[in-house]
Design a protein around this ligand. Sequence first.
Ligand code: KIV
Ligand code: ZN
Length: 520
Amino acid sequence: MTTIPSSGSNAERVFIFDTTLRDGEQSPGATMTFEEKLMVAECLDQMGVDIIEAGFPIASQGDFESVHAIAGRAKNAVIAGLARAINADIDRCGEAVKHARRGRIHTFVSTSPIHLQYQMKKSEDEVLEIIRATVARARNIVEDVEWSAMDATRTPIDYLCRCVEMAIAQGATTINLPDTVGYATPDEYRAMFEAVRNRVPNAGKAIFSVHTHNDLGLAVANALAGIAGGARQIECTINGIGERAGNAALEEIVMAIKTRCDVLPYTTGIEAAMLNRASKLVAAAASFPVQYNKAIVGRNAFAHESGIHQDGMLKNASTYEIMTPESVGVTKTSLVMGKHSGRAAFKSKVRELGYELGDNAIEDAFNRFKALADRKKHVYDEDIEALLDEGIATAADRMKVVALTVIAGTMGPQSATLTLDMDGKHDTIQSSGNGPVDAIFNAIHKLVPHNALLELYQVHAVTEGTDAQAEVSVRLAAEGRSVTGKASDPDTLVASAKAYLSALNKLTARGARLHSTAVG
Ligand code: KIV
Ligand code: ZN
């Protein structure tokens, strides 16, 4: 690379607040298990995230337990929990984060006229009084209190300033002004921070924070504009997952600041070489695939297709690359693994790909790698990553595919004979359907009667070639929850069965009752 600008000595530190486990988990289908949340939190902590928003403790017993456990384990990061401006929320959040080395209560209330009139049915003065009482209550429990003005970007500036002044007077140490509905433009967002910081007399006592949503595709641009307006904390998520169109993507913000430090004179504490690993981990844990052309972490982010670009790249990478793949932890796809590779080579490949596995998990992964290498000539890094991610997701599964035989082709009806292991007991059934996938899903339905709704069925190839592994995603919804199961296998139909079961496993793990509605 020839033109990497260096961040001058006056680059200012910006704090990274990751909300993958809270706002990110609010993406439909992106729910994670307790173990998955601990793994993601550990990765974020190692990567240098300053504040991890670990969840919404009052939302459920599961949320409370994961925030509590993450608070007890984090080595470096501040652990925050979210709380509405309600006493019970604040107290529960306090219980979850109080024992952290550094714990934070993040409390919020809506401030915009639309929210006050239609959702809260409260006057401006009533909301001001709520801010006074709830921030003070939070501050009595922990020293580190963040207050958010929900829908700040649609709040008249005079009233917003009164709210911010009140929150700081009651001891809020961070003030977050979110673009909750993803409506602001960068100029407007920057101007809002400048106005509030100039007009609120006690503004200097708090750090200001940006929190942006991507409804108009402006989340990262708005976050950076807010920083130019004086904010020094950025709320973001890995892979940009989050409510509706998502939040600002952490990896994009970090690399924009790093790559363009000539015009963005800031620094973060993030170890950028861990970004690719974090992206893969979150995609696997949340079963939320990353779009191919996603900036920084998409599989095409460093792929050069056109002849002119390839020619330039061969001569000098800086012709068409503004950052190196290695700088975000992408290693070149290599073809070194095959059926003759031994345990030691496999272990070192696993480490090279950024995974830390215990002895049992390595042994399990190695056996699955051997099985794959027997069936697939070339085992690429992506194949091993798919296999490891699947292992992370399936370690605690109660139902597993033991055997599957499918009859497909032009002479219907297509049929499937399926054997499942359910809590150690094997059961076999045959079923037909309108196509092989339908036949498999019907067979699973017979063995595991349920009324979950199939919301999504998606297949893509992990690598190239007709022997490539198929990666299948299945999203199921039941009792207002929606979960995504993912699985890969060189046989698309086997991957389909595993992905469907993985989603069912997640639903049951989250306590959903799979009502018995036996089908014929
Ligand atoms: O988007 C938003 O306003 C939020 C708040 C809870 C901070 O997520
Ligand atoms: Zn949000």
